[in-house]
Write a protein of this length. Sequence first.
Length: 172
Amino acid sequence: MEVCRKRFEGSDWKLDKKSNALVSSAKVGKAKVLLTMPEVMMNNSGKSLKPLITSAKKAEELVVIHDDIDLPLGRLKIIFDRGSGGHRGIDSIIKNLKTQKFARIKVGVSPATPKGKAKKPKDEAGIIKLILGKFKDPELAQIKKEAKKIAEALEVMVNESREKAMTLFNSN
């Protein structure tokens, strides 16, 4: 998220007590956007968005960036109006906003097989270890490259269309 804040010349992060989230005002092209990082547990992230997303129209303009263990590290996928896929943070957002009509940029965090598929852990303990573990230096370098792609995708979504961003970024 810091890459997005810098790329779009966002203000310094400030704690918004009403939403219990760090917020930064930025401009993506001519559009004003609010970058938000909830300061709550991921499973409660919808509570942080509820005070900020007050209508169906605002929900449709929302873009949530989140990890996805079903995608290999280095891949991203943009979707709209879909279920949570078992992601508890997305479950919380859908429950609190009472809609799933928002865009998501899913960011791969799983190791890749030789064929480029996600090598997802088989059990809950493995999933927790992956999600809460530390990335190795080569993985961190890959994540930095991915962060730039996320910012590019966000820019296309805001300035052009969600559909164009899906076409450009879901094909890699």
